[in-house]
Design a protein around this ligand. Structure first.
Ligand code: UDP
Length: 330
């Protein structure tokens, strides 16, 4: 695969960095791109110096130029946690819309296959449960999540238009909640929030009454699903997620047990438009890709907890953890 070149955007982020590892290990030449707003160079530092790896610091919302041949583009650049997109709403809209347009143009020019990281957020606060790919969703375009959800919906629409109008080879992965090593401890999402709180000896903050549900997929399973989707010939959206659904209150209990913290659960208001339920229907992924998750939550959480424990203490005590203030890396 040494002659096959893949561009990965959002390469210094959580999913992007794991994709870089996978494609380098498979023998591809990887061009990693990131503007380092929410990504962290530490996530890909170990790949620097590898002969099949190069890094370009660039914001894909601006014109993207990559010299030479390109066979695949994986567009994973985007703020991805609710507090990120509340803090940087315009960048969130731009990377999903303008960024996707730039990369589709590049893919067309290079005759590359383009895979986009879409999301379960295209279903909004779903009224159909679990969510199949043919459910059109329930999104509030002007709510706080609208900047992410609508950018991703536009991203799917323009990707499909490039496929039908220009004949571009495209893939659409709808990614559900994913967790694992390299999540940002301070990104505000529920898993790093709870583990960070447990490690600091703080109470765990459950939003709302904790009856809202999520379904968490371990990162290795997710990467395998993306890999299989890219090398399939399926152009319609495919859900990639773990159907093991749990309420957030139960999830907090699991983290309390896992970490052995003596702290308690405290309840805080539910953020606006926070989906009440979420669970992927993954029949399609199974039929088309022969894919289903392999890693149980118990196994995945253990590995993830070990990762967070191994971080330097200053990461844990960054002032901006789990708040809306100043948490974006400068
Ligand atoms: N949540 C919570 N406490 C926290 C952070 C998040 O109860 O400290 C809840 C949040 O309200 C949501 C769920 O956990 O119902 C998952 O939130 P997350 O931000 O991880 O991602 P989402 O699935 O909402 O995009």
């Amino acid at each position: 695969m040494g002659n096959k070149r893949v561009l990965i955007t959002g390469a210094a982020g959580f999913l992007g960095s794991h994709l870089c590892d996978r494609f380098v290990n498979e023998g591809f030449a990887v061009i990693a791109m990131d503007n380092l707003i929410t990504g962290d160079i530490k996530n890909i530092e170990h790949l620097f110096g590898h002969r099949n790896f190069e890094f370009i610091e660039h914001d894909v919302s601006n014109y993207v130029h990559v010299p030479g041949a390109l066979h695949y583009i994986l567009h994973f650049a985007s703020p991805a946690s609710p507090i990120d997109y509340l803090k940087i709403p315009i960048q969130t809209l731009k990377v999903g819309s303008l960024g996707t347009h730039n990369l589709l143009g590049l893919a067309k020019d290079k005759k590359a296959t383009m895979l986009i990281a879409s999301t379960s957020e295209v279903y909004g606060d779903p009224t159909v449960h679990p969510q199949p790919e043919d459910y059109y969703g329930n999104v509030n375009p002007v709510g706080p999540r609208g900047v992410y959800d609508e950018a991703k919906r536009f991203q799917e629409a323009i990707t499909m238009a490039y496929h039908t109008f220009h004949g571009l080879d495209t893939r659409i992965a709808r990614i559900f909640n994913t967790y694992g090593p390299r999540m940002r401890l301070n990104d505000g999402r529920v898993l790093p929030a709870f583990i960070g709180q447990a490690l600091r000896g703080e109470n765990l903050t459950v939003f709302g009454d904790g009856t809202q549900t999520r379904s968490f997929c371990y990162v290795d399973d997710l990467i395998e699903g993306i890999y299989r989707l890219l090398f399939s010939d399926y152009v319609h959206p495919v859900n990639i997620g773990n159907p093991a659904e749990i309420t957030i209150a139960e999830f907090a209990e699991e983290i309390i047990k896992l970490t052995g913290t003596k702290q308690k659960i405290i309840y805080q208001p539910l953020p606006k438009d926070d989906p009440l339920q979420r669970q992927p229907k993954i029949d399609k992924a199974w039929e088309i890709l022969g894919w289903e998750p392999q890693v149980s939550r118990a196994e995945g959480l253990k590995i993830t907890y070990e990762y967070f424990k191994s971080l330097p203490p200053e990461d844990l005590y960054k002032k901006e953890h789990n708040t809306f203030e100043g948490y974006i890396k400068k």
